[in-house]
Design a binder for this molecule. Structure first.
Ligand code: GLC
Length: 529
């Protein structure tokens, strides 16, 4: 393969992924919920922003208990979102604009409404019984193990019809498929082919580390519960997550994806730092991009902490493993909530200039904050357990028309806070806005080979300063970020400012030391050392 065509095949290595949460992006039919036609109507915006690939949340037929993550038909579109024909249209329109489309893929579980589960629960000798994980009670009539689900409730549900329990890693309405059954593996691979044949460019594999459970159903340690930070207690799941055999299973999926040129397999692997690297695959390739949750999970957004997680992550990457940086998602509070508004610009500069792929969550480019949502209008079932995710899932604010351009009807969730200025149209017209910074950064990544393919060289970090360099041949860009409220003087730097969060510095020539303004992020083209 020529270098150029290898680069085309592996476009994802340097891509900017933009996550669309389908219910909340754009409504086209006036029911207050987002849909596929709505997304199509907003493609010009994503193209303008410089997005390379859209990661589309689940739009499958669903019982909609978990916003589409409870699928009742893997090969159809839910009427809330549209139709298969509309989906095909989305694929071709995304491609016509030079972007890619990745879809969420949720094989770990189905909805209780899925015909497979309906059959499976019908009787102990049903041919689909073993497609899910059924077990009899333990002596004393207790659940088959002490495992807890994602809501911290027992992970086993007794089904009175047959007197056995089924296992659910997530909600009780989401029974886990049994991936030790070859028929399930085959059926799920067929689903992958179904969507690949429709032209999708890849998948974001949901809960990729949770697909297999311990065959002996050994109890998990609970004694340190009090010390655990809940939820979710990922590190407790030593027998129900990250089990031997998972990587082999993922490489089977990968072979299917690889049989179609230029496709990609991303995966949600929320495992310990020590364990993520193997998800790239050991003997055989597994995920192209196992998600890197380090920036997302970081509790302390300070220069030393950020530079430490970057270093730890990059040194653990396997050879040829492509780095990726996740800034936000539908499962965690908004970036603004997590890191503070003063850091929003710097975080964008950081993520867009580190090596590898970047993943951003819709609305973070506008600096959206978590919304206050009254209990009675919450839709996420996790709200009942005290950690609802609706606040980070509210409708995208587009302009200052009714419902901020999201819908002609009352939206299914309230609007985002301060949407009269934090909306797309308003920020597009303000050249100092966060949105325009994202756009400039995306453009710069597109234009500067060094940002896509250059080596990463960490620089001296002290106090509130974080620095690194990207180098390609003789071309070198210095990235300097001030995480603090006071200016910082960096001696010895010379060059031209290619981009700064202080717009007036664009093009400035630095001759003798660089004075970074509070919270400034700056990219300097080095002319000499
Ligand atoms: C993943 C999704 C989350 C969903 C869960 C169950 O963690 O990101 O939103 O609730 O899987 O599918």
């Amino acid at each position: 393969m020529s270098e150029r065509s290898a680069m085309e095949q592996e476009w994802w290595r340097t891509a900017l992924f933009y996550q669309v949460f389908p219910l909340s992006f754009q409504d086209s039919n006036g029911d207050g919920r987002g849909d596929i036609r709505g997304i199509i109507s907003r493609l010009p915006y994503l193209e303008w922003l410089g997005v390379d690939a859209i990661w589309l949340g689940p739009v499958y037929r669903s019982s909609m208990v978990d916003s589409g993550y409870d699928i009742s038909d893997f090969c159809d579109i839910d009427p809330v979102f549209g139709t298969l024909a509309g989906f095909d249209d989305l694929v071709s329109q995304v491609h016509a604009r030079g972007m890619k489309l990745i879809i969420d893929f949720v094989p770990n579980h189905t909805s209780v409404e899925h015909p497979w589960f309906k059959e499976s629960r019908a009787s102990r000798d049903n041919s689909k019984r073993d497609w899910y994980i059924w077990r009899s009670p333990r002596p004393g009539n207790t659940a088959p193990s002490n495992w807890i689900d994602n809501t911290w409730q027992p992970a086993w549900e007794l089904d009175p019809r047959t007197g056995q329990y089924y296992y659910h890693r997530f909600l009780r309405q989401q029974p886990d498929l049994n991936f030790r059954n070859p028929d399930v593996r085959r059926a799920i691979q067929d689903v992958l082919r179904f969507w690949l044949d429709r032209g999708v460019d890849g998948f974001r594999l949901d809960a990729a580390a949770d697909l297999l459970e311990d065959e002996l159903l050994r109890d998990e340690p609970r004694e340190d519960d009090a010390a655990q930070q809940k939820p979710p207690a990922w590190k407790d799941h030593i027998f129900s997550t990250d089990r031997p055999g998972t990587i082999e299973l993922l490489s089977e999926f990968r072979s299917v994806v690889d049989s179609y040129p230029g496709r990609v397999l991303l995966g949600e692997v929320n495992v310990t730092k020590a364990n993520f690297a193997k998800y790239y695959g050991l003997e055989r390739p597994a995920l192209n991009l196992p998600f890197n949750f380090e920036l997302l999970n970081l509790k302390n957004w300070s220069a030393p902490h950020v530079s430490a997680v970057i270093d730890q992550y990059l040194t653990q990457l396997p050879p040829d493993g492509c780095p990726n940086w996740l800034l936000g998602s539908h499962d965690v509070p908004r970036l603004r909530q997590r890191i503070g508004s003063e850091h929003l610009q710097g975080a964008a500069v950081l993520a867009f200039t580190l090596p590898g792929a970047v993943l951003i969550y819709y609305g973070d480019e506008l600096g959206l904050d978590n919304a206050e949502i009254p209990q009675e209008v919450m839709v996420d079932p996790y709200a009942e357990f005290g950690f609802g995710r609706d606040p980070q899932r509210v409708p995208m604010p587009w302009d200052n028309s009714a419902n901020f351009g999201f819908s002609t009807a009352t939206p299914y969730l309230p609007c985002a806070p301060e949407a009269s200025s934090r909306n797309m149209d308003y920020q597009k017209r303000d050249h100092r806005s966060l949105l325009n910074l994202y756009r400039r950064l995306a453009e710069l990544r597109g234009n500067q080979n060094v940002l896509r393919h250059g080596t990463y060289i960490p620089g001296p970090c002290y106090g509130h300063l974080l620095q690194f360099r990207r180098e390609l041949g003789s071309h070198s860009l210095n990235v300097a970020l001030n995480f603090g409220p006071d200016p910082i003087l960096i001696e010895g730097h010379q060059g031209k400012v290619v981009l700064s969060t202080s717009l007036e510095r664009q093009g400035e020539t630095i001759t003798d030391g660089l004075l970074l303004q509070p919270y400034e992020g700056l990219i300097l083209e080095q002319t000499s050392n």
